[in-house]
Design a protein around this ligand. Structure first.
Ligand SMILES: [Zn+2]
Length: 391
């Protein structure tokens, strides 16, 4: 349940408190991704140290490995990974975009091939709800069909109708009252379908509404135009969540449109490749100008990395592909995202949000932002492919 605290007068930005069975999360917030109950290169303890409020794991992948029986025996996902803060679980609909283990859809659900052992399964709405209830996450997602960018209107409409039928079945199957249930509004890049889907999810009276299938490789303006069109039909009192969005400038822009939270592997993927988020925009650590620069990544940052190591050392770790470098870079970017959200909330309540968001947008406009979502998606897919090879 969302308790709205303060609404900005100039924009649609707002602050609030999301109450869950594992405590409160102040909105707007950003969730790091712990797909298989593991944040990349960080421990759940690191996330607590960084003051991460909430994370998201993938129910579909956890049902493949280790299996929900193991997580259930551990007392649920919180006990299993020893992280006692709000945990969301995603359903697997986004995996449709990963052609490597998506095998098609039927009226009844989505066919997947397990990346771990190659077995084929048909994930139905009832199954994904059962899995999420057994994982005991704080917020579960309904099964959805995430249409790829460029899909025809007829096919997109069909995918949306499947998403709606599955949402009804998910709601019926969902019995765990301590777990929030979110409907995922889809509709591709067709305004009429997007609005129809948002109205459908609103009328279903879910605990929250997720906006899926945005920022998946299309020009960003297409996603913004969809968000703008649907937000006026979104229920005011319910939390709104954009799935898979994690660049600083897109987050502040979406907050100004009334969105309450986000998740993405974007900060981690950037860090992996040496792109660091700072209060002055992106810093590309691979540049040779950092070879003998002994200042921290960001002098304003108080994270473990910035208080202990220099750009020169981190440049060296990047160039030599040392594992330690991955960890230190990711630590900084995840820490930065949390402080970005802290400052976003303060600025909304302090009536300085417009000024703050303009500062972030202009700092991040310096580097070709149009390309970032595309590389984000292709990186996600590459990551999955590589995992499959290992598995
Ligand atoms: Zn730092």
């Amino acid at each position: 349940m969302l308790e709205i605290k303060y609404s900005d007068r100039k924009t649609k930005a707002r602050t609030g408190i999301l109450h869950t069975s594992h405590g409160d999360a102040l909105t707007p917030f950003f969730m790091p991704v712990a797909t298989k109950a593991a944040p990349r290169y960080l421990s759940p303890h690191d996330l607590k140290e960084i003051k991460v409020q909430a994370i998201i794991a993938n129910a579909l992948l956890l049902s493949f490995a280790p299996g929900t029986d193991v997580v259930k025996k551990a007392g649920g996902i919180h006990g299993f990974m020893n992280f006692n803060r709000p945990i969301f679980t995603d359903c697997g609909g986004f995996q449709i975009l990963r052609q490597s283990f998506f095998r098609g859809t039927t009226e009844d659900g989505i066919k997947f091939r397990s990346p771990f052992d190659g077995r084929n399964i048909l994930m139905t709405p009832e199954m994904i709800i059962k899995i999420q209830q057994e994982l005991s996450s704080d917020a579960a997602m309904c099964l959805d069909y995430c249409p790829p960018y460029g899909m025809s209107k007829e096919e997109t409409e069909d995918s949306m109708l499947k998403t709606h039928a599955w949402a009804e079945r998910c709601k019926k199957a969902h019995t765990k009252r301590s777990q929030l249930l979110f409907g995922i509004a889809q509709g591709g890049f067709y305004r009429k379908l997007r609005i129809e889907s948002m109205k459908f999810m609103r009328d279903m009276d879910f605990d929250g509404i997720s906006l899926g299938g945005l920022f998946i490789g299309e020009p960003k303006r297409d996603s913004y135009s969809m968000i703008k069109s649907v937000m006026r039909y979104a229920p005011e009192d319910k939390p709104k969540y954009i799935m898979g969005l994690g660049s600083p400038e897109d987050i502040v822009k979406s907050v100004s449109m009334g969105v309450d939270f986000f998740d993405s592997i974007f900060p981690v993927e950037n860090a992996r490749h040496g792109t660091m988020f700072t209060w002055h925009g992106k810093l590309k650590l691979d540049s040779k100008i950092y070879r003998d620069d002994f200042s921290p990544i960001d002098s304003e940052c108080k994270c473990f990395t910035c208080t202990h190591y220099s750009r020169a050392y981190l440049h060296h770790l990047l160039k030599t592909q040392e594992q330690l470098g991955f960890r230190l870079r990711i630590y900084h970017n995840i820490y930065f995202m949390q402080r970005l959200m802290d400052k976003t909330r303060y600025s909304i309540e302090d009536k300085t949000f417009s000024k703050f968001s303009k500062k972030i947008i202009s700092a991040y406009a310096k580097k070709d932002p149009e390309k970032s979502t595309e590389s984000n998606v292709s990186e996600r897919i590459t990551v999955i492919k590589r995992k499959e090879k290992q598995g």
